[in-house]
Design a protein around this ligand. Structure first.
Ligand SMILES: [Fe+2]
Ligand SMILES: [Fe+2]
Length: 302
């Protein structure tokens, strides 16, 4: 394969399964307890083969000569420490060099508010949370900027927050982060680059509409408005377990949802080829044994 452009792999929502038996009894009375019951009731079976699929994803990354990996969160099911540790181990082969791996937490990675939930994510993923323009940090480690060569940058915004109530899985980008993001877009070190703006929550669904109030990004409109000055770039996210691309009137740049890389029957991801000011996006499928650009074709017998 000839190498003429930057190749970017974007995957998300791997949801490493909880080993529920490791849960302390007190957690059965929290949102985690309800989450664990849901897992036991069947959701977990959709994520049975996460380990095999992540090994395959690492092989795909090597075979496709990927230069940069972006993960938009939901590494875990319940945000437990051992889940985060296992997730980190599974994606570790894709985290070298660490400057070429950019990520944000998902709502499942900071499942309930325990004071240290954000810290626990940062602790496991500290090697890939380097910020090239830390002066723009606002209220934590974000916006996190990674400059890639001379022509590309990734800007990561954290939209995940703990949701103490089991019926809620909504998020927002704190206004201080958005304000800092708007200033950042005027920085000369950013201005002429192709920008990947990444966050966990979907600003729009595949049909172009906002997600439901209890599942979506509260300030999606503000976020899209903040992105409106960007001439060349893309907005990348996960949370919705379906892989799609849409254009919306609020921005000049396209929106890409990675979907879930590991959810059985719905596996998906993207590879972006970035050259000059053009982005070519290729949908990635799971064919039962490996990730590929070809969808699995099931031939039905009469
Ligand atoms: Fe998810
Ligand atoms: Fe999510």
């Amino acid at each position: 394969m000839s190498k003429t452009s930057l190749r970017v792999l974007h995957f998300s929502d791997i949801h490493v399964g909880a080993l529920v038996r490791h849960m302390h009894w007190k957690r059965w009375f929290s949102k985690r307890g309800i989450g664990a019951i849901n897992l036991l009731r069947g959701r977990a079976k959709y994520f049975d083969e996460v380990e095999e699929k992540m090994a395959a994803m690492a092989r795909f990354k090597e075979a496709q000569q990927i230069d940069l990996v972006i993960n938009t969160g939901d590494y875990t099911a319940l945000g437990l420490e051992h889940e985060l540790r296992l997730a980190r181990e599974l994606v570790d082969p894709m985290m070298y060099p660490p400057q070429r791996y950019v990520t944000v937490p998902g709502n499942h990675d900071i499942y309930v508010h325990e004071g240290n939930s954000h810290y626990r994510f940062s602790e496991q993923f500290c090697s890939v949370l380097q910020n090239d323009l830390p002066e723009y940090c606002a209220g934590g480690q974000y916006p996190l900027v990674r400059l890639v060569g001379d022509d590309v940058a990734v800007i990561a915004l954290n939209s995940a927050k703990p949701n103490p109530w089991p019926w809620r899985s909504d998020g927002h980008i704190p206004s201080c982060q958005l304000a800092s993001f708007e200033k950042l877009l005027e920085d000369e070190r950013i201005k002429r680059r192709f920008l990947f703006v990444i966050t966990h929550y979907a600003p729009r669904l595949a049909n172009g509409k906002p997600d439901k109030k209890l599942h979506g990004l509260h300030n999606a409109d503000d976020f899209l408005k903040a992105c409106s000055p960007i001439e060349n770039g893309a907005i990348l996210f996960g949370h919705i377990h379906r892989t799609y691309r849409i254009d919306v009137p609020e921005t000049k740049i396209p929106l890409y949802c990675a979907g879930s890389a590991t959810m059985e029957g719905f596996e998906g991801a993207w590879v972006y080829e970035c050259s000059e000011e053009e982005l070519v996006a290729k949908r990635v499928y799971w064919n039962g044994e490996a990730y590929s650009f070809e969808p699995l074709c099931i031939v039905k017998k009469d």
